[in-house]
Design a protein around this ligand. Structure first.
Ligand SMILES: [Zn+2]
Length: 462
């Protein structure tokens, strides 16, 4: 995160690649109220299944999977019951459901019907309909073939028809074809980075499946909203792979109105409660440890100390790890571990790890609202951070004060890395007090408990 004012930062031009969309999907027929059709795709459903199989073998080695027969049985029964109602389902799809032993609230789907649900989803879901909503949404990514749709888009963007002929003409397996396009498999694969429009489509399919299977079709969108508010830092990965569509709830409501008269939703929670209780007494998820990669020339910070000390600012106080240092500016303070500040080639320093607190004055004088003021702050941050992207934004309550929680993705000052930022904004008199928690994307999870404790310790009563 570059925390300069951005006044002197040269504006970078985004290299935009324009693709001739000569293969746009046909518009839905007038008789079809819901447009539940996949986008253009150069691959066959069989290749989705092949890719998913190869991909899942890799993911199964990378992630800690929970091997509890009872829980897996419950999840697979629920999953199969749901996908029986999925539109555009194909006989080639494997439909295998697995539980990742992680407290993070996350779920993802690989092409061809391999769905992974984190243990954290079971913890956070309040009823079976909410869990079913997550599975139904993920199934939506599978049947709308979003993974191979991304691969098809990449293929188009990288070379048009000539390269398509040469790559698709080869008889190698689809995984190695994608590797040629720079689309690796594994848990960080770009094939899992869905667009907002893919999310909207997965929501549509999810609500449709829930309705057909007799669950409350609102449960999915509501669950996404609840978890974003309640567990902002445990849902980061989810909202980075599933960027939240704007107006998600309203969109789903609109769709539900087209589905037909409301049905009596399934109220039987007994199996869900059993599975949840069963999971709760199993081996706890492994401790979160930072997976720090060495970065040439930069020191890797030591883990944050468990021991917190208090920082006294002019209009707030907060606690931070005892092994961090602080650097005060006029209207801001940076709190960071050793190695948390990075010096660039032109001598400028940027923060790669830690937290920063600053005071921002919106242009509009006294009449501004917090959401607009946060937008204005983001616009000004973008001047020196052109790759800054909003993943998720929700309202939150900061010890009785209305606040806005914004999850961001940005280029890290560490070469070749992306970073995750959690921005919390709150009004203080005529200004916005902005707390930003910063870490490289692959490490953010290991910092999240510390960031949570810091957030909890904030005191604005001065
Ligand atoms: Zn999604």
């Amino acid at each position: 995160m570059n925390l300069g004012t951005g006044r002197n930062a040269p504006g970078k031009t985004l290299a935009a690649i324009f693709v001739a969309l000569f293969l746009l999907p046909l518009p839905a027929g007038a008789d079809n109220k819901l447009d539940l059709k996949p986008g253009y795709n150069f691959y066959s459903p069989r290749e989705d299944a092949e890719l998913g199989q190869e991909y899942s073998a890799q993911v199964n080695r990378q992630l800690p999977l929970l091997d509890d027969a009872e829980a897996l049985n419950y999840l697979n029964n629920l999953g199969k019951k749901l996908v029986a109602f999925a539109p555009n389902n194909q006989p080639e799809y494997a439909w295998k459901f697995r539980i990742v032993n992680s407290p993070e609230i996350n779920a993802f789907a690989l092409p061809g019907g391999y769905i992974y649900v984190n243990r954290g989803v079971f913890d956070a879901a309040e009823n079976e309909a909410q869990l079913a909503g997550v599975i139904a949404h993920e199934s939506g990514h599978v049947v709308m073939r979003h993974g191979t749709h991304i691969a098809s888009q990449t293929l188009l963007a990288q070379g048009g028809l000539a390269i398509i002929d040469s790559i698709l003409g080869q008889r190698g397996n689809i995984g190695s074809q994608l590797a040629q396009l720079g689309l690796g498999l594994g848990v960080d694969s770009l094939l899992l980075k869905n667009s907002r429009s893919a999310e909207t489509q997965a929501d549509d399919v999810g609500a449709y499946i829930l309705y057909q299977a007799g669950y409350d079709p609102h449960a999915m969108a509501q669950f996404f909203q609840i978890i974003a508010k309640k567990y902002p830092q445990r849902t980061l990965q989810f909202f980075s792979d599933h960027p939240s569509p704007e107006n998600r709830i309203q969109d789903v409501d609109k769709e539900i109105a087209q589905l037909g008269p409301p049905r009596a939703g399934s109220m039987d929670n007994s199996e869900f409660v059993g599975a949840k209780e069963n999971l709760a007494v199993l081996t706890p998820p492994p401790e979160r440890k930072g997976t720090l990669k060495t970065d040439a020339g930069n020191q890797i910070p030591p883990p944050p100390s468990e021991n917190l000390v208090r920082f006294d600012g002019k209009i707030f106080t907060l606690e931070y790890p005892a092994n961090w240092q602080t650097e005060r500016g006029e209207d801001n303070v940076a709190l960071f571990p050793p190695g948390g500040m990075v010096t660039g080639s032109e001598g400028e320093t940027s923060q790669a790890y830690g937290a920063s607190v600053s005071l921002f004055e919106p242009q509009d004088g006294r009449s501004w609202g917090l959401i607009d003021a946060t937008q204005e702050l983001l616009d000004s941050m973008r001047q020196s951070n052109p790759q800054l992207r909003v993943l998720q934004q929700t309202g939150m309550n900061l010890h009785g004060n209305p606040a806005v929680s914004t999850l961001l993705q940005n280029d890290s000052p560490l070469q070749g890395q992306r970073e995750t930022d959690h921005l919390v904004t709150v009004r203080r008199r005529d200004s916005v007090l902005a707390f930003i928690f910063i870490a490289p994307a692959g490490t953010f999870e290991s910092y999240a408990p510390t960031f949570d404790r810091m957030l909890q310790s904030i005191d604005l009563a001065r």
